[in-house]
Design a binder for this molecule. Structure first.
Ligand code: UT7
Length: 316
């Protein structure tokens, strides 16, 4: 059905730093092992940015990957929304403004979204709503994180979990397909200290088990909410692209809610948890593998600091 109001993802890009840090590498500096990390999380290795490579650099490289697919993509961009918890600067200027400057995109609206690992889902909805309202017509939505800047490298409970990277999508109007059908965003502020970068620590602190239990529920409830609201059953969904935090969270969710484990696309083994960047990085990889086909129903699901959670339903 033709709908002038549809917003779709017209292109995808990603960038991960070259430097690979394996579980065995980490076992040289903290009391851990490849066996523990892999069996508890599914992670084998992560990418870590150079000292001089900031969050905005990762974001810019992801966008350049997107532009490399079609130079025409750069034309007419009038919105840049960056989801990040690891902005180049404390407070301001926003990473989105720096990205705009580095890419030579003049006069576009540029803003950062802070919703932890759910940031990309929030950013996607903010950009979609702004396009629908007429504030933007063509927007870059970027998830970019240099988590290595905020990891306590002496804390084995957290340092093994995270990695650096960036992914992005281009959002535009279409009359040819449905694109983004629905979106849901939530927050439970009562859990705000379960996962935080506090003023005192300036590094990530986490109550792992509490966040784990929340995550299993958040993913399941988000999927069910989007299915119910759109009169769909789970067997109609080709892919669920979850925030990549822990393979065991996904397995537990599949078991508890009766979702097929193979519906979830996972790449946590190679990149670990890249927070707001994990969903667009996964998406770029899926496109590269030709897994995304027109007409498929796809769900993105995010969860994380806040505690926030949410999802996006798309017909590709
Ligand atoms: O991106 C946003 C959200 N973040 C998440 O979703 C993370 C959610 N939480 C998790 O993924 C899991 O809770 C963890 C992977 C963080 C931890 O797994 P767990 O099965 O919940 O382990 P645990 O916290 O219950 O710890 C079990 C044991 C502890 O030892 P004791 O106290 O039982 O002797 C930890 O000290 O494992 C120990 N441990 C480790 N051992 C070796 C914790 N980290 C490590 C480590 N290597 N890296």
């Amino acid at each position: 059905m033709k709908s002038p109001e549809s917003i779709y993802i017209s292109s995808i890009g990603c960038y991960v730093p070259k430097k690979i840090v394996t579980n065995d590498d980490l076992a040289q500096t903290v009391d851990t092992s490849d066996e523990w990390i892999h069996s508890h999380t599914g992670i084998r290795e992560r990418r870590i940015a150079d000292t001089e490579e900031e969050c905005s650099d990762l974001a810019v490289k992801a966008v350049l990957d997107l532009f490399a697919k079609d130079a025409g993509h750069k034309e007419g961009i009038d919105g840049i929304v960056v989801a990040t918890a690891t902005a180049d600067h404390y407070g301001f200027p926003s990473t989105a403004c720096i990205v705009a400057e580095k890419l030579g995109i003049k006069g576009a609206a540029a803003l950062d979204i802070g919703a932890g690992c759910t940031g990309f889902i929030y950013a996607l909805e903010v950009a979609r709503a702004m396009i629908l309202s007429g504030s933007m017509t063509k927007a870059l939505v970027i998830g970019a994180e240099k988590l290595s800047n905020v990891v306590n490298w002496k804390d084995r409970n957290t340092c093994v979990l995270f990695g650096d990277g960036a992914g992005c999508v281009l959002l535009e109007k279409t009359e040819e397909r449905k694109g983004i059908i629905d979106s849901t965003l939530h927050a439970e502020g009562s859990g705000s200290l379960a996962l935080a970068i506090t003023k005192e620590s300036r590094t990530i602190t986490m109550e792992g088990r509490a966040v784990y239990n929340f995550a299993v529920r958040a993913i399941g409830d988000t999927v069910l909410e989007l299915l119910r609201r759109n009169d769909l059953s789970i067997d109609k969904i080709k892919w669920i692209v979850p925030h990549q935090a822990n393979k065991r969270i996904i397995n537990a969710c599949s078991k508890r809610y009766g979702f097929k484990a193979e519906t979830f696309y996972m790449n946590i083994d190679r990149y670990a948890n890249t927070s707001a960047a994990s969903i667009p990085i996964a998406l770029a990889e899926m496109e590269e593998k030709s897994l995304l086909k027109a007409g498929q129903y796809i769900l993105f699901v995010g969860f994380g600091a806040g505690l926030t959670y949410g999802g996006t339903l798309i017909q590709w």
